[in-house]
Write a protein that binds this ligand. Structure first.
Ligand SMILES: [Mn+2]
Length: 350
């Protein structure tokens, strides 16, 4: 199984959308909604350009670690939820696999809401699932944080917080213009075997579970390989991309796995979407409570009233401890649904 590359546009914003291959299933992971380095605009462009028969979101869809510290939501996120809702209306099954950054979805109370989310929004939430390909092969779909050692699992959240604090304040300058310091790159440089160990652990899990292959994410390092007769696929990520490319894994109607590449969103200054640079951090000023209130909240809107409800559910799950900008979107036509509000209220206590 050799990784095939989808047609690559040079500038997605300016050129007509490329035609992606028809796909039976699309696997994307590590969207990290709530993290400023998430390039959801590029993801939206790709999702609009393809028509998967089944969509798998393979973990870390929401960056709860960031959201619970400071609520951050953009129009691109709203558009993404609208796209998911439109897929649901076209009866495309959506499976959301939980990851370590949205681990709250694995807790007891959110688990109780899974049937409601499935029934109302068409999104099935699971820790892992088995996808059956057109050739009848079983693919284990799992985020992959389960393969981390206990020590790394405990340390990664602290490392993430320290790293986020430093980068968002622009305290760590990029080593040279146009190239940011990357935790992943540093890990790869310092410990090239870390990723290999992750892949080996994934393969062992696939063998253990009697699967013919495994699709995962978590490390943000895209892989499509065949090991010991089994498919091993890492979807990559939709955060700041090395080389300006995001990736996804697709299953063709014939049951073959392919890696899709999609360019990251070019910014007006030519850079790719990224966390705050030093200058931007300075412009935004200190993140005190008063500063948050002084900023005009961006006006967000969604097309589908269900999208607004779903986003309120996400807000209820990761309601930040500090009061801040609570920019929740309004549906284009906004029928306030009192019954939904009542249904969502219990999760606030979670
Ligand atoms: Mn992860």
């Amino acid at each position: 199984m050799s990784p095939a590359t989808a047609s690559l546009p040079t500038a997605p914003a300016a050129t007509p959308r490329p035609s992606l291959p028809r796909m039976r299933a699309l696997f994307i992971s590590d969207l990290h909604l709530g993290y400023k380095g998430a390039d959801i605009r590029a993801l939206n462009e790709m999702l609009k350009a393809c028509e998967p028969e089944h969509l798998y979101l393979v973990g870390d869809v929401f960056d709860g670690w960031k959201l619970e510290k400071r609520w951050y939501w953009t129009q691109d996120y709203c558009d993404l939820i609208d796209i998911l809702m439109s897929l649901r209306r076209r009866r495309v099954p959506i499976t959301l696999i939980t990851g370590n950054h949205d681990e709250k979805l694995r807790e007891v109370i959110p688990k109780l809401f899974r049937p409601l989310i499935l029934c109302r929004y068409g999104i099935r939430i699971e820790e892992r699932c088995m996808h059956r390909t057109a050739r009848g092969k079983k693919l284990l779909v799992i985020h992959g944080d389960q393969f981390d050692g206990a020590l790394w699992r405990g340390g990664s959240k602290i490392a993430d917080q320290v790293w986020g604090w430093l980068t968002e304040r622009g305290l760590i300058p990029p080593p040279r213009p146009g190239r940011r310091w990357s935790l992943r790159r540093a890990i790869n440089r310092e410990n090239g075997s870390l990723n290999e160990r992750h892949v080996s652990a994934a393969l062992r899990r696939a063998i253990h579970d009697g699967a013919d292959g495994i699709v995962f994410g978590h490390s943000h390092v895209p892989i499509l390989d065949r090991r010991e007769g089994r498919a091993v696929a890492n979807c990559g990520a939709w955060t700041v991309a090395d080389g300006g490319m995001h990736t996804a894994i697709a299953e063709t109607p014939e049951g073959r796995l392919e890696m899709l590449h999609w360019p990251s969103t070019p910014r007006h200054n030519g850079k790719t979407a990224a966390p705050c640079t030093r200058d931007e951090a300075r412009q935004e000023g200190p993140r005190s409570e008063t500063a948050e209130h002084a900023l005009p909240a961006p006006v967000l809107s969604v097309q589908d009233p269900d999208s607004a409800r779903l986003i309120r559910y996400v807000y209820a799950l990761w309601r930040p401890m500090q009061p801040g900008m609570r920019n929740l979107p309004r549906p284009a036509a906004s029928p306030a649904d009192a019954s939904t509000k009542a249904a969502l209220r219990p999760t606030v206590a979670a």
